[in-house]
Design a protein around this ligand. Structure first.
Ligand code: SF4
Length: 333
């Protein structure tokens, strides 16, 4: 069982893929306040959930700490920002989710606050509170409407797709929160569900201020989960399938970033290159087994150290293996 680790004050909230903020050079800021998840999806690319085999720690970031860093980054971005709460688990596990949305939405630069979830922890009360706090949209992953298959994909007997859909309808009919259905296409397990999900998006009038549906390609990661029956789908096959379904159903399924108003924006970039060596200080356990969490000496960047579980306080020299999107991963060298 992974230990719950509160990110210590003073830890930089940029540089890690698992917590804090991610800036990929657009007007979207990804906000990751917690890493936990109540489900165990059999296709989970981040190996989340109670039965995770690889997680060493579940992170949580204090609200004040998060907002301190968010305010700085949003100033760089300027107006028209979308804050997208999209964790490596499920955002509904964050105990101060409503307050987080409220604080983000107060900032004049922020136009949209959106969230990515499988919706297992949604209920009418929290949807009402999130609407009042200023949540604009939920991207809701519903991967199958057949209750048995939905449980199987979610890896949890307790997952109730009918309740999730009922809550999504409640949000659309009774609150200002928009809902976009974002099923993951887990070929071939839910091939037969895609048309039903498209029909559901139409029926519930999803996507009032955004596309109603954005089918996601199931991505396989080295540390993610998969089963023997699952088959990898190339981008060529994926878009071919989307066009075929578009013709059949009349629903737009090939979606571009511009459909969400995403555009390039000023960015804060880590000044490092792959292969560069630097000294980092360990501040806590890594997210996965065999990893440690560190910061640069100037406390500007978080660094994931792979290959060793080192004690907090130790200084170590690492060689950077990844710097893309200012996500820093290094190995002791
Ligand atoms: S796919 Fe999402 S909801 Fe499912 S286990 Fe992974 S993080 Fe949780």
């Amino acid at each position: 069982m992974a230990e719950l680790f509160e990110i210590p004050d003073g830890t930089p909230l940029m540089g890690a893929v698992t917590f804090g903020l991610i800036d990929r050079g657009t007007n979207v800021i990804q906000v990751r306040p917690s890493t936990s998840c109540p489900l165990n999806c059999i296709f989970c690319s981040t190996d989340a959930g109670p039965y995770s085999q690889r997680r060493r720690a579940e992170y949580v970031v204090r609200l004040d700490h998060m907002m301190e860093w968010f305010r700085e980054l949003v100033k760089v971005k300027g107006s028209g920002v979308e804050a997208h709460i999209d964790t490596v688990g499920d955002p509904f596990t964050y105990p101060q989710l409503v307050e987080l949305v409220q604080e983000i939405k107060k900032l004049e630069e922020v136009r949209i606050v959106s969230m990515q979830t499988h919706g297992h922890l949604m209920n009418e009360r929290i949807l009402g509170e999130l609407a009042e706090a200023g949540l604009s949209r939920i991207n809701l992953s519903v991967d199958a409407l057949d209750p048995w298959l939905a449980k199987r994909l979610a890896g949890t007997e307790g997952y109730d797709v009918e309740r999730v859909v009922a809550n999504a309808r409640y949000a659309l009919e009774n609150t200002s929160v928009d809902v976009l259905l974002a099923p993951v296409w887990v070929h071939p397990l839910n091939d037969s569900e895609l048309e039903g999900l498209i029909a559901l998006a139409k029926d519930m009038d999803a996507g009032r201020r955004s596309p109603p549906l954005g089918i996601q390609k199931c991505e396989y990661h080295r540390f993610g989960r998969r089963t023997k029956e699952m088959r990898h789908v190339s981008w060529y096959t994926f878009y071919g399938k989307m066009r075929e379904l578009e013709k059949k159903t009349g629903m737009k399924l090939v979606i571009r970033a511009s459909d969400f108003g995403i555009r390039p924006a000023r960015t804060v970039e880590a000044p490092f290159r792959v292969g560069e060596r630097l000294m980092v200080r360990i501040v806590g356990p890594g997210w996965l087994n065999g990893e440690s969490l560190a910061t640069t000496r100037d406390l500007r960047w978080a660094v994931t150290v792979v290959g060793e579980e080192l004690p907090a306080g130790e200084e170590v020299r690492v060689r950077l293996l990844r710097t893309k999107d200012s996500i820093l991963v290094g190995r002791p060298s």
